[in-house]
Design a protein around this ligand. Structure first.
Ligand code: ADP
Length: 525
């Protein structure tokens, strides 16, 4: 595979460490995955520094809540406009720290623009007071309502594959709901987020409710201790550590963890569409997406045709650092450790008898590169079909029918997403309803993520809680249940003190009347 190079892929390193205005402390290096060179050193926030940041966020939150949806909308829309004005610069920085191709880097700003508009429009509706009609007639003398009130300060711990979508993107509904936000981005890719938080503060001049803290496990732990709500996106292993730590303070969490998303192709499917979708769904962002297509099951009559076409498709893909030219489809891998995992899984499949039809090698020279890879004749004895790969690798397995495909698709400890390609939509939906996963796209891939009204989250070990949809913003609020009198009230109620046999007899008869069925039975006759 030819690797394209472009002069804009590696830009000038900034002179100073990004200390976020804080005193110089220990630092970590952020690197360019395309060649491994250091971009800059970022200061680590100590637990004390995290606590100070939370104190600032906490101090600013009440005024942010008090300005209401309209007030917050103004600032969120100013952020949207700032992103639009700075989009090229942000895309370039994103590319530099992740090794993404330009088209993939650009997805991050696209998501934020759309999500800001979605949440400022839907937030007030989804968080409006809800009137509840009591199920017992007697209680209808009260007005009962649910009120959504922000937690206070929400903390976010985010990964390196979508450094902005999975940090600021997830924080947007928290902000719209009236929370302050503190984000700890991945230490692999913090720079674009740092710049966006700076833009919010300095260029937009928005309230002091959006903060970033930097570091690794210690910094993240301090964030969990201080936050009122924690959203974590990352590995299953670290997710369990986060949940345990949050248990110490009984802090609610939402965890979006790994996935091993299956794609099923039936004998009646449009094979060309299925091939193009599989190539994109498995290889976009170098396969480093929690909802990437990670394994494919194809019905026997169309298996050879599918595999041949997919091989041809993948062989047309260009890999490289494309600057802002949009001349490559596949970029570098973002984290060096991930190249090891991918490489090990491919070798394990090769040793177990799978056919590597294209790719299957690390890139030569410096940087974190792995070729887009197609593995045919995979089966469930292979790691590549059972463990999260998170790389540019598509393993395909032949199945005798859709029953076997569904069984294998569900034979996993994960349950994040899935796709089904079938001859008609109704057949696709029938299969989709039997898949054990948080979403299933019929004759499509990944598209559910763009439908912001749909809950997005995993079953089984893929996580707890959802982003997007009504739950995606309500999770950042506590509910308060209110009962408010509608009518003049007596000095006391029959069920209050004092108790005596006559009053309790009436109450008993009343409960019988309300809950028994049939008039004679209600009257106790
Ligand atoms: P990966 O190893 O693939 O980067 P992780 O799940 O370890 O995935 O990382 C996701 C996020 O979790 C990152 O921001 C990382 O710094 C953070 N993290 C790492 N270790 C811990 C920990 N012990 N507690 C909380 N967060 C952590």
């Amino acid at each position: 595979m030819e690797r394209a190079t472009h002069p804009e892929a590696a830009s000038e390193a900034p002179a100073a460490a990004a200390t976020n205005g804080k005193p110089e402390a220990d630092t970590f290096d952020v690197r360019r995955p395309v060649d491994g060179s250091v971009i800059e050193a970022v200061a680590i926030d100590s637990p004390e520094s995290v606590a100070e940041t939370f104190a600032r966020a906490r101090a600013a939150q009440p005024a942010w809540e008090a300005i209401g949806f309209d007030g917050r909308r103004r600032w969120m829309e100013a952020l949207r406009d700032w992103i639009l004005d700075n989009q090229d610069r942000l895309d370039t920085l994103m590319q530099e720290e992740t090794g993404k191709v330009r088209a993939d880097a650009a997805l991050e700003a696209f998501y934020c623009l759309d999500a800001i508009n979605y949440w400022v429009e839907q937030g007030p509706k989804l968080l409006a007071d809800e009137i509840v009609t009591p199920h017992v007639l007697l209680l209808r003398a009260k007005r009962s309502k649910i009120v959504y009130r922000p937690f206070g300060v929400a903390g976010f711990i985010s990964p390196w594959n979508f450094p902005v979508i999975l940090s600021l993107g997830d924080a947007l509904p928290a902000l719209v709901a009236g929370n302050a936000v503190v984000i700890k981005p991945s230490e692999v890719t913090p720079l674009t987020l740092i710049e966006m938080v700076r833009g919010w503060r300095e260029d937009v001049g928005a309230p002091d409710v959006l903060h970033v803290v930097n570091g690794m496990a210690e910094t993240a732990g301090a964030l969990i201790d201080a936050a009122d709500y924690v959203q974590f996106t990352g590995s299953e292993r670290t997710g369990k550590i986060v949940m345990k730590r949050a248990a110490e303070t009984l802090t609610p969490v939402s965890l979006e963890l790994g996935g091993k998303d299956p794609l099923i192709v039936t004998r009646d499917a449009d094979i060309d569409r299925a091939v193009n979708a599989t190539a994109w769904g498995g290889l976009v962002n170098s396969g480093q997406i929690c909802i990437s297509i990670e394994r494919v099951y194809v019905e026997e009559p169309v298996y050879d045709q599918f595999v041949d076409k997919l091989r041809s498709k993948i062989e047309t893909l260009r890999q490289g650092a494309d600057g802002n030219t949009y001349t490559a489809e596949i970029g570098a891998m973002t984290a060096p450790a991930q190249v090891e995992i991918v490489s090990e899984q491919v070798e394990d499949a090769r040793d177990a008898g799978a056919r590597i039809l294209t790719g299957g090698r690390r890139g030569e020279g410096p940087g974190d590169w792995y070729e887009p890879t197609l593995i045919a004749d995979a089966d469930h004895s292979m790691k590549v079909m059972r463990e999260e790969t998170f790389g540019p690798v598509i393993p395909v397995m032949k199945v005798k029918d859709t029953e076997e495909a569904i069984e294998l698709a569900n034979d996993t400890s994960y349950g994040l997403g899935s796709s089904v390609f079938a001859g008609d939509a109704a057949e696709g939906e029938r299969i989709a309803r039997r898949i054990e996963a948080g979403h299933c796209n019929v004759n499509d891939v990944l598209v559910n993520y763009n439908v912001l009204g749909l809950p997005m989250g995993g079953w089984k070990n893929s996580g707890i809680g959802v982003r997007h949809g009504a739950q995606g913003i309500r999770r950042f609020c506590r509910t308060e249940a209110l009962t408010i009198p509608r009518l003049p009230q007596a000095k006391s109620e029959p069920i209050w003190f004092p108790y005596n046999a006559r009053k309790r007899g009436i109450v008993r008869r009343l409960y019988r009347f309300l809950n028994a069925r049939g008039l004679r039975n209600r009257l106790g006759l």
